[in-house]
Design a protein around this ligand. Structure first.
Ligand code: SF4
Ligand code: SF4
Length: 410
């Protein structure tokens, strides 16, 4: 695609990066067919090709309006378009740059700004997030039923324990507890430790590591996101120097973010090298466990039927497909077929809060596909998808690591 950058953006390195991405798009439109928001809304500007066109026009000097921002806001950043694109267009990075500049130009109403600020102030901080849920739980009897149903139940805190004794010679990996996952599903981290323990591998979970930075990044708070990344790198670095073999991230949304630390901090003179090392060490636990699948002592049994929902951050961002399904089958679960498995469930970070109507439509479509064969359970790999799907169905929705850990016993 031919581009022309307006004089006011000349010499801006982020716009130069956007321009380079824009030039790789040949405008073929293949991506439109797999875009969930285009499928729902049927408007070219709510599909990847249209959004790319809007960003191109903006950097060429066209004025941005609130309509421009609305079309970009409706994008889930699910990256299905990247998987489909034959030209390798890095859409997500382009959208990230485009959104930052267009939001700065157009602005948002005060209520929208407040919503985003509150999300950034609460969600990445487990203690604040837990307090908010406790408050919501206490107020449930006073709320209208429809609203009360939306307050998720807070699980009992679980002390995450390692099943192996650590020694200086112990093989070890780093695990990220995550912010939302550590509050809403502590059993996921415990399951990972249990599975690693059967292989004689210890998981280190440094308390000073926290949010991966994805939430801030997706809300256009780029500097704040980079601060979270630096904090995690500082927390992990002594363990990396001591020989940790990998950084295992059980929430695939956080995993895709940590794998991009190198790119996000490439301009940082202090952290660039460390960030690249961290990104190279980051793995989804399925990648690690698949390498050791023969050694995991699953107890043979028929454990019922499972419909697996592959989060976009797993299949489109990390490009991991089929590994978790293989592990679940080895653990004794029978997988059901799921149509349109490439489509987003509508969770997409804070999307379910900021775009509730589209998000609910996508969730309901996804649940229909997942429940078509009436599975005993739905499994997924990301806490956001897990909570979002569970809010719309009675079938239990669980992290696949918990199902695998259960298969260590009869
Ligand atoms: S992003 Fe890729 S698939 Fe979509 S129009 Fe551009 S080149 Fe074609
Ligand atoms: S990231 Fe997802 S929602 Fe956004 S344009 Fe691409 S396919 Fe559509």
């Amino acid at each position: 695609m031919q581009t022309q950058i307006a004089p006011r953006f000349q010499d801006d390195p982020a716009v130069a990066e956007a321009d380079a991405i824009l030039r790789t798009c040949v405008h073929c439109g293949f991506c439109t067919a797999t875009c969930p928001t285009y499928q729902l809304l049927g408007d070219e500007l709510d599909g990847p090709r249209g959004r790319i066109y809007l960003i191109k026009e903006f950097f060429a000097g066209a004025p941005a309006t609130e309509h421009t921002l609305t079309h970009l806001d409706r994008c889930l950043t699910c990256r299905a378009c990247e998987t489909t694109c034959p030209s390798g267009v890095r859409y997500a990075r382009l959208a990230e740059i485009g959104r930052e500049y267009i939001e700065a130009e157009v602005g948002r109403p005060a209520v929208e700004r407040l919503k985003r600020r509150l999300l950034r102030a609460i969600v990445p901080h487990p203690e604040r997030f837990r307090l908010l849920l406790q408050l919501g739980d206490a107020c449930k009897p006073l709320l209208p039923e429809a609203l009360a149903r939306k307050v998720p139940a807070l699980p009992k805190p679980l002390s995450v324990r390692s099943t192996v004794l650590k020694s200086a010679q112990q093989r070890r990996v780093i695990a990220l507890a995550g912010c939302v996952q550590s509050v809403m599903s502590p059993a996921t981290g415990a399951a990972l430790e249990q599975l690693l323990g059967t292989l004689g591998i210890a998981a280190e979970v440094p308390a000073s590591a926290g949010c991966c930075g994805a939430l801030s990044l997706h809300l256009n708070a780029h500097a704040e996101a980079r601060d979270y990344m630096r904090r995690n790198i500082d927390a992990w670095w002594p363990l990396i120097e001591a020989g940790a073999e990998a950084i295992l991230v059980s929430a695939s949304g956080c995993g895709s973010m940590v794998k991009e630390y190198g790119e996000a901090l490439q301009g940082d003179p202090v952290y660039a090298e460390k960030a690249a090392r961290v990104a190279a060490l980051a793995r989804d636990p399925s990648e690690w466990l698949l390498d050791h699948a023969e050694e995991v002592p699953f107890v043979a049994a028929d454990r019922g039927t499972v419909a697996f929902h592959a989060p976009c951050s797993l299949q489109h961002a990390q490009r991991l497909q089929g590994g978790i399904e293989t592990l679940l089958q080895r653990a004794g679960y029978r997988l059901t077929g799921v149509r349109d498995s490439h489509l987003c469930c509508g969770s997409a970070g804070t999307y379910s809060i900021l775009q509730p109507v589209l998000s609910r439509q996508l969730r309901n479509q996804k649940l229909e596909a997942l429940q078509a064969e009436q599975p005993d359970c739905i499994a997924t790999a990301n806490i956001g998808c897990q909570m979002h799907l569970q809010s719309g169905c009675a079938t239990p929705v669980r992290h696949w690591l918990e199902l695998c850990a259960e298969a260590l016993q009869r």
